[in-house]
Design a protein around this ligand. Structure first.
Ligand SMILES: Nc1ncnc2c1ncn2[C@@H]1O[C@H](COP(=O)(O)OP(=O)(O)OP(=O)(O)O)[C@@H](O)[C@H]1O
Ligand SMILES: [Mg+2]
Length: 504
């Protein structure tokens, strides 16, 4: 039955969790030296099938043929031994250890006297990082790294195990362009050596660029396996969502109202150099820039999460001082963070508790929590975002990555704020859900709220925003006004973002 050209064949794989049929008789196979993309909406089962292959989800049914022989994937150690490497979607590093310690956790090299051989461990870590062209310091604490850097550490770590197949579950969702290029170079090197790569991503253009074949799942079911050369992005999307999508960026026309938020001369040591901007009611104000341009830092400073050295904030024309997120929430500001795991959700809490979080203090003072009303309201929010879960009693950690992101959005919509800041709201989110998020932004806009969107995706930023500020190295280097939006070119915006073009 088995075809000798395959490194691995997975047939009729099903996985069930309480209340969720995550996979329903799906197939997947891999050929040595190929990049095999796994595509599907949030919750389609992509991470689940790869966790079966990696020996994490052992509660599966179906058959796995590895190098021509039927096997049972019983444990992570056994699968790693066989040659299965995986970089998980949710990163698994320990914050208070160094990069090198994390890379060699549980298998540190020892000296003759049985102590940890720090010198060798650090040198080995350095070599692995150099191999992927990363200049991250191997001796630095992981807590000091950005999400993108943590991802690079995970990648370097996975390189230290020899593998025949390397699974990358959304490796680029937080990488800078330079890091993405280094990763692609690495993928080419590995495939040339005959390693099969499984590549999971929601970035469709990137998939076309790096992938050889694509397998598509929809709602836990197998759809098809195709050569990427033979299909277009629109065809991929149609197979994935089960319908044609024509308008990726629906726009609504609203007459802008008053300025709800104005920031003047924000300075924060090296990160923000004299930044001023405003956001109006009934408008989506976009912030474009490359990763590291200072947009997240700016929004965190506005929200009182990080201190500034100097500068002023006006909310609805009133000068205010915001020194903490609590004060920001009181002023009617919400911030949807980019890093859902660190700042967005409490993974051990259920969805109901997570969605209620920002409101808890106010709800408590009013004669205790009104549970029924709270839950009904949360359910409505979750339904409007089409969060895929059997119930709101599910723990956040059991949701797929993209569905966790949707819960973060529910949580902040729950605060009913007038100024809503979205930091990379669609990172790791499938095209169908992206459109839902845009329509929620549009609704907020129609309700007269000021929406601010930080985005690194140029098409999204240009497609959704009414005005765009462009940042580069902690400064606003470009501004596209409302009446200029229809004539603006990608080249101009990118020019501002790289400081190749300056405003006159
Ligand atoms: N440990 C678990 N307990 C309960 N349900 C789970 C668990 N792990 C996954 N699920 C559910 O199984 C389904 C498939 O999840 P999976 O993580 O495979 O999706 P995905 O395709 O990787 O999505 P995304 O693009 O959002 O990462 C989802 O409905 C998810 O909530
Ligand atoms: Mg996933």
């Amino acid at each position: 039955m088995s075809n000798p050209k395959y490194l691995v064949e997975m047939n009729d794989i099903s996985v069930e969790f309480p209340g969720v049929k995550a996979l329903d008789g799906v197939h997947f196979n891999a050929i040595p030296g190929e990049v095999h993309v796994l595509l599907g909406e949030n919750g389609a089962g992509k991470s689940t099938i790869m966790k079966v292959l990696a020996g994490v989800n052992t509660n599966y049914t179906g058959t796995i043929i590895w190098k021509g022989e039927e096997i049972v994937a019983k444990s992570v150690e056994e699968q790693r031994e066989r040659g299965v490497g995986i970089i998980f979607q949710e990163l698994n590093l320990l914050d208070n250890l160094t990069v090198a310690e994390n890379m060699f956790l549980g298998r540190q090299p020892l000296t003759k006297s049985g102590n940890i051989d720090w010198k060798k461990m650090n040198a080995d870590a350095r070599k692995l990082l150099d191999d992927i062209h990363s200049d991250i310091d191997e001796k630095i604490q992981v807590s000091k790294l950005t999400v993108g850097q943590k991802q690079m550490v995970e990648i370097a770590k996975s390189m230290s195990y020899h593998c025949d197949i390397l699974i990358m579950d959304e490796p680029t969702s937080a990488l800078t362009e330079k890091e993405v290029n280094a990763l692609f170079e690495l993928i080419h090197r590995l495939t040339a050596e005959g390693v099969a790569i499984v590549y999971i991503s929601h970035r469709l253009a990137e998939i076309k660029q790096i992938g050889d074949r694509v397998t598509i799942f929809r709602d836990g079911k197998y759809v098809d396996t195709l050569n990427l050369k033979e299909i277009t992005i629109d065809q991929m999307v149609a197979l994935m969502v089960g319908r044609e999508m024509t308008n990726y960026y629906p726009k609504v026309d609203v007459e802008p109202g008053e300025v709800l938020l104005e920031v003047k001369n924000f300075k924060q040591n090296a990160t923000l150099k004299d930044v001023s901007f405003y956001a109006r009611a009934g408008e989506i104000t976009g912030f474009y820039g490359l990763m590291g341009a200072g947009r997240t830092e700016l929004m965190r400073a506005v929200f009182g999460a990080d201190p500034i050295d100097s500068g002023e904030v006006f909310v609805k024309g009133q000068k205010t001082v915001i020194k903490s997120p609590e004060q920001a929430v009181k002023q009617g500001i919400a911030l949807l963070t980019e890093d859902r795991k660190q700042q967005g959700l409490i993974l051990e809490f259920d969805l109901n508790q997570n969605i209620s979080l920002p409101n808890l203090s106010t709800a408590m003072t009013k004669f205790g929590l009104n549970h029924k009303k709270e839950t009904d309201n949360n359910q409505k929010l979750a339904d409007s975002m089409r969060v895929k879960t059997p119930s709101l009693m599910q723990k956040a950690k059991n949701l797929s990555g993209g569905n966790q992101q949707k819960v973060v959005i529910c949580k902040w919509l729950n605060t009913n704020s007038d100024i809503v800041i979205f930091d990379e709201p669609t990172r790791g989110i499938d095209v169908g859900a992206k459109a839902e998020i845009y329509s929620i932004m549009n609704e907020l806009k129609e309700d007269g709220k000021a929406v601010i969107m930080v985005s690194s995706e140029l098409a999204e930023c240009m497609g959704v925003s009414d005005r765009i500020y462009v940042m580069h190295e902690g400064e606003i280097t470009g501004l596209i006004e409302r009446d200029q939006m229809k004539d603006v070119t990608e080249e101009l915006v990118v020019g501002y973002a790289t400081a190749a073009t300056t405003m006159n």
